[in-house]
Design a protein around this ligand. Structure first.
Ligand code: ADP
Ligand code: MG
Length: 693
């Protein structure tokens, strides 16, 4: 991804020594289609095979041994063919057992010296290894690649083995190592102590013989760090370039219409928290600058982000500009619409909502009004991206629940204004240093305080005991409070999941009366969804059974009980989002995590933590950062090696290098940066931010 290949780079990988058509199709499953993919398919872990252990010294665990073959036998057990080899060194013997590799009987020869690595087992006092990696000591490449060194371990797919994979990569490196071209200019490499890309690639696959294993395993050698530097550097470079472009663009210098905002603010049923005040101040300062605002607002579920964005939109309106809020689901769009409309009643502001499944006639009308400037604030889903949505004078764009949208979509909406101010809101709290890496082009605000009076949500893991759930529901109903019951929805099994939600409706209807229970799921028509939500928020339905469509942002303050079925199937941030749907009033709220499992780490974390930042941190540790960073910033190349907990200093280095280039090369279009720019084009593709912003 971060280097060029010269030479015969378009060579079909099936002609690499050892690959062939069959392996080619296996590799394809791992998204390896060409030589470049193969070389940038990095190990996920390593094993130290530099120490040979004497057979007499073996105990249980993974070991590498060397010995001479003293016996070879073949046993048939039904369909199974077992090859057994006895290996001897000057301290003892061990048997190597191979299942279903009949050909080995012909391959092994008495008195040949073999090296083998695998898990040692004790069977009735006899030592053995089952299906170990092995090589003849005079086996040339196989020996060189797999033994007496730190070996790479790759993420595999069925049919591929570590030995095969190592061989493919080794052979590819042998043929192409000299063709790995580094796009980063030499003077930058020298300045920041970076080994060449070529050495980075080679030594990440096959670490130096004297490398410290601990460093290799933790991806902290200079060579691995070079590749990690690339992951950070290109992203930072991209952000810097974008930011420079934004800053060089003329945006709207809004006036602060404080006096005109007061009538609205004074009518709110609460006072802003200090954190909300601070963030509003930051937003207002941005709005007044003649440069487009590009700000990320993070705040835990329920911290009150919506109202902050609404004040900013009102200010835009008072300056004669339209605003747009983009949200990930129809239900949420509708809810925002109703709430905001209510909050703004009595003010002369025209608000509309737009989503793709709405009646065509209505949609056409809204689009016309938007173009004519009759609509002042538009709330919508992805439908707002569509080509034929035109604004009269878009000045302020809000993107809610950012993790559901990709950067490209953000660009599409922004492209619709002259140079609108943009506020991106996210409830997936991540540590600041990481936020700056993944959202590096944006300024950063955080609401780190919850509105006063929020109670702790009692969180209980319920194991297999439905009665506890019925009891809680009963009590909530007696207090005339509302209840969510959520079933997991995983796309591939959508039908089954929907079935279990439907069964849930039956189950709860029988006990609590059908008139009290409603169902909400993703496959319903928008109208039906909206109607159900309205009935629920008015209390006509008391128990809302739902698949995860309610996850994001729904706000019904009378709901005090959240029951999550098969809760082990949800991710931590999802669980946190769901739990945040209750505890929205003075009343005591409860979240029940139902599971059939005996033990689940994620559920324990939920039961012991309320703070979204802490939960996110635990999530990072549990799932690994690559996975999470990937979901946060969809549409971007994934980090393969970067780990924010281990590589903080590389973030710093990457940023310094980018700033150095910015300060010293005069322009990002400098001749020496040609390679970098080409890579950037490949990475971030066709969405040309220079045109958009
Ligand atoms: P989120 O940050 O998750 O989007 P919302 O904006 O939906 O949170 O706010 C959650 C609830 O808290 C809403 O009902 C909102 O009206 C209310 N709220 C917002 N700010 C305050 C505040 N300062 N004091 C009390 N309640 C508030
Ligand atoms: Mg929200």
């Amino acid at each position: 991804m971060y280097f060029f290949l010269g030479g015969d780079k378009d060579k079909d990988i099936q002609y690499i020594k050892g690959i062939g058509p069959r392996n080619k199709s296996l590799l394809k499953r791992k998204k390896i289609n060409n030589i470049h993919d193969l070389l940038s398919f990095y190990p996920r872990d390593y094993e130290d095979r530099r120490n040979l252990v004497k057979i007499a010294q073996l105990n249980s665990g993974e070991f590498t041994i060397k010995g001479t073959i003293t016996d070879i036998s073949k046993i048939k057990k039904g369909r199974l063919i077992i090859i057994n080899v006895i290996l001897q060194d000057d301290t003892g013997t061990i048997s190597l057992t191979f299942f279903n590799q009949k050909y080995l009987y012909e391959v092994f020869k008495l008195d040949k010296e073999v090296i083998a690595s695998g898990k040692v087992e004790f069977n009735f006092g006899r030592l053995s290894m089952v299906n170990p990696d092995w090589s003849f000591v005079d086996g040339e490449n196989k020996m060189k690649i797999n033994f007496n060194r730190i070996i790479p371990l790759y993420p595999l797919t069925e049919g591929l083995t570590q030995v095969k994979m190592r061989g493919f990569i080794f052979n590819t490196l042998t043929e192409f190592r000299e063709d790995i071209i580094d796009p980063i200019p030499e003077e930058i490499r020298e300045r920041y102590d970076l080994p060449s890309e070529k050495l980075g690639v080679i030594r990440t696959h096959f670490p130096k013989s004297n490398a410290v294993f601990h460093d290799v395993k933790n991806f902290q050698t200079d060579f691995q760090n070079r590749l990690i530097f690339d992951e950070i550097f290109y992203l930072q470079y991209y952000w810097k370039k974008r930011k420079a472009n934004i800053e060089a663009t003329k945006g709207i210098a809004f006036e602060m219409k404080r006096d005109e905002l007061i009538p609205f603010i004074s009518k709110l049923p609460f006072k802003f928290t200090n954190a909300q005040e601070k963030v509003l101040q930051e937003i207002f300062e941005d709005m007044q600058r003649p440069v487009p605002m590009n700000r990320l607002l993070q705040g835990d579920v329920g911290s009150g982000k919506t109202i902050v964005s609404l004040i900013a939109m009102l200010n835009a309106h008072l300056n004669g500009y339209q605003s747009a809020i983009m949200v990930p689901t129809e239900v949420l769009a509708q809810q925002h619409y109703l709430k905001i409309k209510e909050m703004l009643s009595g003010h002369d502001i025209n608000i509309e909502v737009l989503y793709s499944k709405m009646p065509k006639k209505e949609m056409r009308q809204i689009k016309e009004d938007l173009k004519a400037g009759i609509v002042h604030i538009i709330i919508g889903t992805h439908a707002l991206f569509s080509q034929d949505v035109e604004f009269n004078k878009l000045g302020f764009a809000v993107i809610d629940e950012q993790h559901r949208f990709g950067v490209k979509q953000r660009m599409d909406l922004i492209g619709k204004g002259v140079r609108p101010d943009v506020l991106v809101m996210s409830a997936t709290p991540i540590p600041r240093s990481i936020a700056q890496t993944v959202y590096g082009d944006m300024d950063y605000s955080v609401i780190d305080e919850m509105p006063a009076g929020r109670k702790i949500i009692e969180t209980r893991i319920v194991r297999k005991d439905k009665k506890i759930i019925y009891d809680y529901i009963k009590m909530a109903l007696e207090r005339n409070e509302l209840i969510y019951i959520v079933y997991p929805l995983i796309e591939e099994t959508e039908k089954i999941d929907l079935l279990s939600a439907k069964e849930g409706v039956e189950e709860f209807s029988k006990i609590f009366g059908a008139e009290n229970v409603g169902l909400l799921h993703g496959k319903m028509k928008s109208r039906e969804k909206i109607q159900i939500m309205a009935e629920f928020s008015k209390g006509k339905i008391k128990i809302l059974v739902s698949t995860t469509v309610i996850e994001v942002g729904i706000d019904v303050s009378e709901a005090t009980l959240m029951v999550i079925m098969n809760s082990e199937r949800f991710g931590l941030s999802q669980l946190h989002q769901l739990r945040g749907r209750v505890g929205r009033s003075e009343k005591h709220s409860t979240c029940l995590l139902y599971t059939e499992l005996k033990h689940n780490k994620r559920l324990n974390i939920m039961a012991n933590n309320m703070d979204g930042f802490k939960i996110a941190l635990e999530d990072f540790k549990l799932r690994g950062p690559g996975d999470i960073l990937g979901t946060i910033q969809s549409g971007f190349p994934m980090f393969k090696l970067f780990n924010p907990f281990l590589h903080r200093d590389i973030i710093e280095k990457g940023r310094n290098a980018v700033n150095f280039i910015f300060d010293n090369y005069g322009s990002f279009e400098h001749e020496k940066l040609k390679g970098i720019n080409t890579i950037l084009d490949e990475l971030y593709g066709s969405h040309d931010f220079i045109e958009v912003l």
